[in-house]
Design a protein around this ligand. Structure first.
Ligand code: FES
Length: 90
């Protein structure tokens, strides 16, 4: 796959090239990629980037990533500011 500078994870500022370089280094598991690049650990919790990274990983390795190995979103579903959490509901 051709490497490029397209952003795949906006929250952590990770490009497609970063993902492909990590795969080339041997990070060929979605969980390993998450831990190395912090993909899916930003405020959106990977709602967009996990699908993109999964597609890149499948394209690079030629293997299907099992659905059960893909992380799921956990509440809160939308990002909540610390100010809102600290406001005690007022
Ligand atoms: S875009 Fe990747 S964690 Fe938000």
């Amino acid at each position: 796959m051709k490497k490029n500078k397209a952003i795949v994870c906006r929250c952590e500022d990770i490009t497609e090239e970063d993902v492909i370089n990590a795969i080339d280094e041997g990070y060929v598991d979605l969980e390993e990629l998450r831990k190395k690049l912090r993909i899916g650990m930003g405020p959106c919790q990977g709602r967009v980037c996990i699908q993109l990274v999964t597609k890149i990983l499948e394209g690079e390795t030629g293997k299907k990533v099992p659905k059960k190995s893909q992380p799921t979103s956990r509440p809160p579903i939308v990002p909540v500011s610390l100010g809102t959490l600290a406001s005690d509901g007022k």
